[in-house]
Design a protein around this ligand. Structure first.
Ligand SMILES: [Zn+2]
Length: 87
């Protein structure tokens, strides 16, 4: 079991679910995965050590910090996926 985790993955997934209605893009499984993966490729990874004793609140506040960047990346990714959906 690895002891590190890229919390950017959680933030992108959360924000996708929060704003998917506003993305005006297909939300099938393929498009969902494509949009999230594309957004993640355009965002810096944010790894945390899961054995460092980071509290949940620290993780949560880190997530809030990235929300605007993540939403912008999701919107860009959705536009790209919309132009050539793979579903
Ligand atoms: Zn689709």
């Amino acid at each position: 079991m690895s002891s590190y985790h890229n919390i950017m993955e959680d933030v992108v997934e959360e924000q996708y679910n929060a704003i998917k209605d506003r993305l005006d893009a297909c939300s099938c499984e393929q498009c969902h995965s494509d949009i999230v993966a594309l957004a993640l490729n355009n965002l810096p990874p944010r790894y945390i050590s899961t054995i460092s004793g980071l509290t949940f609140s620290k993780v949560a506040s880190a997530k809030v910090q990235f929300q605007a960047d993540v939403q912008a990346a999701l919107i860009r990714a959705a536009q790209i996926v919309k132009q050539s959906p793979r579903h």
